[in-house]
Design a protein around this ligand. Structure first.
Ligand SMILES: [Fe+2]
Length: 353
């Protein structure tokens, strides 16, 4: 299977994975043949990509960092919590703790895996899926920093609720598809304080977790908000979540900009190492990123191109690739190369699907 942008999809492609909405309802099942009507409908709903089987790498299953079930439950839980807060009801912290615990269990089971977040989301589901991904990445970083289980739970709880303060910001500002005015931006920045207040007033949430909501937009050089904290004055949980938050935002489509390929997002994080981001924590994280995730279409320096089929953990820039084309011509038959053992070959470009 491979992920493909709806912009480039061919009519009659076969869905390799079901598509769900934010209420965990299945919109289209696995194996569905995508008619032009389905494709248009998905675009209207705000979806930008889907998984398909098109005969090229159908035998390759995408290793998921967390299971689809865990993701759907987490997204659903966040939707419920958001509604409870908007209706000024006390929210169910034990439900959130259960979801965090499931995410940690999935991550422990897939400990050796590179980060691969394979969610299919629409613009409308952005916020909840984003919070789940930021939690997955943060817990993964916590694990590479050898956190205890209790500490991973405290980190995960703070991170999954890091943007909860956005419930207190008018929707027309949160969902504005254009650049915010200075006044609107000042209002958005307050979500950090709102989130902190909501979390610290809850006796079931530790103050360190609540501080993630307050500090996740702080930057190591003091250029962040709301308090322009610097370096180690920023809680470690918040320094972790800042990296996870930016990485997931860059690698996903927003209504105002297209997503970046993983290796570009990686470059941006590195450019800001030490200034925006804690360099030690960032180093731990980048060792976990699959720079060219399975299914990525890549060009090699000899003019051949193909799709990434698996990773080499010891060298993230040199995955296994199944080659199908040479310049614009199809090869007589597909060829598999393991770049780890082909020092003369290298990836020169990522081709958008
Ligand atoms: Fe935020």
């Amino acid at each position: 299977m491979r992920k493909i942008d709806l912009e480039h999809i061919e009519i009659s492609s076969k869905l390799a994975r079901p598509i769900y909405n934010s209420k965990s309802q299945m919109l289209l099942g696995q194996g569905t043949i995508l008619t032009s009507k389905f494709i248009e409908r998905l675009k209207v709903l705000g979806y930008t990509s889907v998984y398909i089987d098109d005969g090229l790498i159908d035998d390759v299953t995408i290793d998921e960092t967390i299971s689809e079930e865990t993701r759907l439950q987490a997204v659903n839980c966040l939707r419920v919590v958001n509604e409870e807060i908007q209706n000024r009801k006390p929210f169910n912290v034990s439900l959130v703790k259960k979801v965090v615990s499931d995410i940690i269990d999935d991550l422990i089971a897939s400990r050796e895996m590179m980060l691969n977040l394979s969610d299919i989301r629409s613009y409308d589901d952005y916020t909840f899926n984003h919070s789940v991904n930021v939690t997955v990445i943060s817990v993964m970083i916590g694990m590479s920093l050898h956190y205890t289980q209790n500490r991973l739970h405290d980190l995960g709880l703070g991170v999954i609720l890091h943007d909860i303060g956005k419930t207190q910001i008018p929707l027309e500002i949160i969902n504005k598809p254009a650049k915010l005015t200075d006044d609107e931006y000042a209002v958005v920045k307050k979500h950090t304080w709102h989130g902190f207040e909501l979390l610290r007033s809850n006796p079931e949430i530790k103050i360190t977790s609540a501080h993630v909501a307050l500090q996740h937009h702080e930057r190591c050089d003091g250029s962040g908000y709301p308090r322009n904290l610097q370096g180690e004055d920023i809680l470690e949980f918040a320094r972790i979540s800042a990296i996870a938050d930016v990485y997931d935002a860059l690698t996903n489509d927003r209504c105002y900009r297209k997503k970046l390929p993983v290796h570009k997002a990686y470059e941006i994080l590195l450019e800001n190492s030490g200034s925006h981001f804690d360099n030690y924590i960032l180093d731990r994280f980048i060792q976990k990123i699959a720079l060219y995730p399975q299914g990525t279409k890549v060009m090699l320096n000899d003019g051949r191109s193909g799709l990434v089929i698996s990773q080499n953990h010891i060298s993230p820039t040199r995955p296994m690739v199944r080659l199908f084309w040479h310049r614009d011509k199809e090869l007589p038959k597909p060829v598999e190369v393991n770049l780890l053992y082909e020092p003369a070959l290298a990836i020169t470009d990522v081709i958008s699907n």
